[in-house]
Design a protein around this ligand. Structure first.
Ligand code: COS
Length: 392
């Protein structure tokens, strides 16, 4: 029942409208939204089914290695995440992490690396993970201390990574580590580390308010072939940021999907709940809420699909992706909170759709760059543009 009028916006081509319609049908038939018990098993199952149905082909780039297109179609990724998130947070998570975990390989992998990893990721036969954050380096990526030292034909990794989505169920991790060519962001490199590599262990499984596979990883004398490096030595920071430029926009899309679902649920309740001899929706106080929710959804959609469209035109979207991520996640939190309020007591009952959304949205304001990091990025870019204009 969600509003689809945004699909007529000029950001989309016919292939996007078709993709959304096909996915909507598939999700309606295949996703129940209820995943009790074993989250790992549910996540593995989603990866398999999303792979078998062909949806994961959109998460990787390169038709020669299973991708739908040679270059990732950011609008398609966003439509997929928005639609999946509206049906199930875990289905969206399973899709998104295949993309984030393999994004650096799509962008910087050699033909051999792409063939070996992306083909399986696209088919849902291998689970990917992106390992960037550390206990003492979250927002400040350049402060990371996990080290990779060259030893003959290998690199040896020592250190820890934390908040790693798919940690514990992934078949491989794209790991960023300090190779030390220069201080700070100029001395990091990226590696593909198979989950079975000796010296890599799951130090801790982490439980969060919206359960999904999450772990802290420990590397102890973990030896990987030099051929597992992605890109060149010292390119790690830029590889991580380029990957985030794609997937931050898709986090905005997932938040948008959650917000749309919350608005749908609020409308369902407001138009059917009798109160004081009328319906809840008849009160102007409810209408004010619904108006703010609907406007927030459209603002988020405009920023999200602007960033996605610009990236698909080959433009740098660091600023636009940050604006979309910040706005869509913060707005979704407000829209979902309003939906809980409209549902009243039922809205806080465990496993009610709006109760689940209330838990699911929270992490999106933190992961892949907290709102405060997005503000930093937007402010820096705005100041730089202003200073350049003043100089010329
Ligand atoms: N694409 C390509 N290059 C980029 C880039 C991007 N999006 N963003 C920055 N760079 C480059 C810069 O141009 C700069 O290059 P030079 O060294 O050649 O000058 C270099 O990378 C360092 O950039 P910057 O000075 O902006 O780095 P900072 O250390 O100040 O950090 C932030 C920038 C805060 C934006 C970064 O650390 C960040 O995104 N943090 C959040 C991390 C995150 O999202 N974590 C979640 C992990 S996934 S759950």
């Amino acid at each position: 029942m969600s509003d689809k009028s945004y699909l007529d916006w000029p950001f989309f081509d016919d292939r996007h409208r078709q993709l959304q319609a096909d996915l909507e049908r598939w999700a309606g038939d295949n996703i129940s939204g209820d995943h009790h018990g074993d989250t790992d098993a549910a996540c593995r199952d989603f990866v398999k089914r999303l792979g078998a149905a062909g949806w994961l082909r959109y998460a990787v780039g390169g038709t020669a290695c299973g991708g739908k297109y040679d270059v990732i179609d950011t609008r398609a990724i966003c439509l997929l995440r928005e639609t999946l998130a509206r049906h199930s947070g875990l289905a969206d998570f399973a899709f998104a992490m295949q993309g984030l975990g393999s994004g650096a390989i799509t962008l910087h992998g050699t033909p051999q690396q792409k063939q070996r990893y992306l083909t399986k990721v696209a088919a849902g036969e291998a689970i990917a993970a992106f390992a960037l954050s550390e206990p003492n380096s979250g927002s400040d990526v350049a402060a990371m201390s996990c080290a990779a030292r060259r030893d003959g034909n290998d690199y040896v990794l020592d250190g820890e990574k934390t908040w790693i989505s798919n940690g514990g169920i992934a078949d491989f991790y794209v790991v960023f580590a300090r190779t030390g060519e220069a201080p700070g962001s100029r001395g990091l490199s990226a590696f593909i580390v198979d989950a079975t590599t000796p010296g890599l262990e799951i130090a801790e499984r982490i439980n969060v308010i919206a359960p999904h596979p999450l772990a802290r990883l420990r590397f102890t004398n973990c030896r990987v072939p030099a051929g597992n490096m992605l890109g060149k030595p010292a390119q790690g920071f830029k590889i991580a940021m380029q990957t985030l430029d794609i997937f931050r926009t898709s986090v905005a899309a997932a938040a948008l999907g959650f917000a749309r679902r919350a608005l749908d649920e609020a409308l369902r309740r407001a138009t059917t709940r009798p109160m004081f001899n009328q319906k809840l929706a008849d009160f102007q106080i409810t209408q004010t809420k619904l108006a703010q929710m609907a406007t927030g959804v459209d603002i988020s959609a405009l920023l999200t699909y602007r960033a996605a469209w610009l990236r698909d035109q080959g433009k740098n979207v660091t600023r636009e992706a940050a604006m979309a991520k910040m706005t869509a996640t913060e707005t979704a939190q407000q829209v979902i909170d309003a939906a809980v309020q409209i549902w009243g007591g039922l809205g806080v009952v465990s496993e009610h759709p709006v109760e689940k959304l209330y838990r699911e949205i929270r992490a999106l304001r933190i992961y892949e760059g907290a709102t405060e990091v997005q503000q930093l990025i937007i402010a820096r870019q705005t100041l730089t543009a202003y200073e350049q204009e003043v100089r010329t």
